[in-house]
Every structure is written in structure tokens, then in C-alpha cells.
Design a protein around this ligand. Structure first.
Ligand SMILES: C[S@@+](CC[C@H](N)C(=O)[O-])C[C@H]1O[C@@H](n2cnc3c(N)ncnc32)[C@H](O)[C@@H]1O
Length: 260
């Protein structure tokens, strides 16, 4: 049986510093860790203490917290078939939230893939919002187009532009976007940042997926050049006077920043 449908352990919150006991339930609650997972009591913090499962299980729970519909599952399968890396469900949910937070009417996406991130973004955007999405592989965009339709979005909600990002982005309007999502070529991430700063309106948001690169970004061993680029990106975003940054630990690391 998969992780998400195992019998549940409920965290018990005690208001006083009594010993903590997890209560095991065999109910239909999917998503909480099973009884074989490690449950350790934390030290008292203020008035309350909480039991949690181990951190990895909590992370997995958070990542799958927002359920994905059939259209998203279909797009994920197409991505797997094509060997394309899609955003995780948690990163998708974060993108959806962020698009809703900025009340996004115009979003630019670099790296359409088979449409997983695009569906999440469209769900978060205004009902009349338009997603402009760029990918160098037109056949992937065809799959994304089908996935968007299956998710119930009208054809005029997305503008597909085939081509290399650095050829296409200069043709997009200055200050015309509420959110730019970058998930293309890691080697080009610094150029994407420069283009995003031009494309965003003040108060708009830029997001980069995959900046932790499976842990390589924070690994002190020898790393490929993509990792060095990602580190430069992280430094540039953190040090920019123009940006208010946060690195969200969802998916493979979602670097976000608001343009002042
Ligand atoms: C990680 S996948 C994107 C996945 C997609 N965001 C999702 O979650 O479903 C990266 C995509 O970027 C595209 N790509 C790679 N380099 C590119 C470039 N220089 N310009 C435009 N697209 C590029 C690839 O064809 C691939 O589809």
C-alpha cells in the first residue's frame, strides 16, 4: 500500500508538559504517516508541544497536500514518457497560490514541458488571465495544449510560443507580466532573471524551479557548471536591491522574489 493510504498516526497536542503519546487510528484519513514511522516528542515550546513524524515524511505529506486532478495526472504521465521533469505537486500548489496572491492576469512561463506547471498557474490566475508559455520543443507544447483543454481551460487562456527562451523573451512587453515562472535551461538562469526584471510590473513575482538541484547546490563536492550558475542566481537574487526574495523548500527548491 502506498504512503498516502496507510493507517494514520494523529499528532496529539498537549497544552502541558505531559509525556506525549501518538494515538493510532485505522480510519480512512489518507496522508498522515503510518504507525511504523518514527514518532519523536519535541522539547516543550511555549504552551504546547507537538508530535510529528520524521521530517522526510512530513515533507512528503506537504508535497502531496493539494490533490491533483485527472488532467494533471495525464500531463505528468506524458512528461514521464518523454523524460521531462515536471514540477512536483507541492511546487505546483505553491505556484497556484502565488499566481492567486498577485491576482495574476498575465503570466510568462519558460519551459512549458507537457503542461503540469501551466495547469497549476492557470488555476491560480484570474479567470480572464492569459498564460504565455515558451518551449523549444513544439511537440511538448502540443501535449500541454491537450492537457490544458482536459483541465477545462478555454483555448484563449494560453499563448504557446515555440522557440528558445532567449530568442522569444525579448519580444515580450516590458512591465506586462504579473508573474514570470522560469523552468527552462539552468545554464540560462541569470539571463532569465534579467529578462524577468524587465517583463515584471512593480509588485510582480519571479519564480525559479529546481534551484536546489537534488541537493547539489548545497553540496561542497565538485559540481557541474549548472550548479555554479544556480549559486550565482541565488546570490544575485538575494543581493538585489530590486527584489524581496525567499527560497521555498518545495519541490526541488522554488526561488521566489517580488520586484519592488
Ligand atoms: C523541466 S521542463 C519544464 C517542465 C514544466 N515546467 C512542467 O512543470 O510541466 C524544461 C522544459 O524547458 C524546455 N527548454 C529547455 N531549454 C530551453 C530553452 N533554452 N528555451 C526554451 N525552452 C527550453 C525543455 O524543452 C523542457 O520542456
Amino acid at each position: 500500500m502506498g504512503l498516502w493510504c496507510r493507517p494514520a498516526v494523529r499528532a496529539v497536542i498537549h497544552p502541558s508538559p505531559r509525556p506525549l503519546t501518538p494515538s493510532l487510528t485505522r480510519g480512512p484519513i489518507c496522508g498522515f504517516p503510518g504507525p511504523t514511522d518514527t514518532v519523536t516528542a519535541r522539547q516543550p515550546r511555549g504552551q504546547e508541544r507537538a508530535i510529528t513524524a520524521n521530517r522526510q515524511t512530513s515533507w512528503a505529506f506537504a508535497d502531496a497536500f493539494v490533490a491533483e486532478d485527472e488532467a494533471l495526472l495525464w500531463a505528468r504521465e506524458r512528461a514521464r514518457d518523454a523524460g521531462v521533469r515536471s514540477v512536483s505537486p507541492g511546487a505546483g500548489a505553491a505556484l497556484r497560490l502565488l499566481a492567486a496572491t498577485v491576482d495574476a492576469k498575465a503570466v510568462a512561463e519558460i519551459g512549458t514541458g507537457t503542461g503540469v506547471s501551466g495547469i497549476h498557474l492557470l488555476h491560480g490566475m484570474r479567470p480572464d488571465g492569459v498564460l504565455t508559455t515558451v518551449d523549444s520543443e513544439p511537440e511538448r507544447q502540443q501535449l500541454a495544449r491537450m492537457a490544458f483543454r482536459a483541465a477545462g481551460f478555454a483555448g484563449n487562456r494560453a499563448r504557446f510560443i515555440p522557440g528558445r527562451a532567449l530568442d522569444v523573451l525579448p519580444r515580450l512587453a516590458d512591465g506586462g507580466y504579473d508573474l514570470v515562472f522560469c523552468d527552462g535551461d539552468r545554464m540560462e538562469c541569470l539571463d532569465y532573471l534579467a529578462e524577468s526584471l524587465r517583463l515584471l510590473r512593480p509588485g510582480g513575482l519571479v519564480c525559479f524551479e529546481g534551484v536546489l538541484f537534488d541537493g547539489r547546490t548545497v553540496d561542497s563536492g565538485p559540481q557541474p557548471v549548472e550548479v555554479l550558475r544556480l549559486r550565482e542566481l541565488l546570490r544575485a537574487v538575494r543581493e538585489s536591491q530590486e527584489l524581496v526574495p525567499s527560497l521555498l523548500p518545495v519541490g526541488d527548491g522554488l526561488l521566489c522574489a517580488v520586484k519592488r
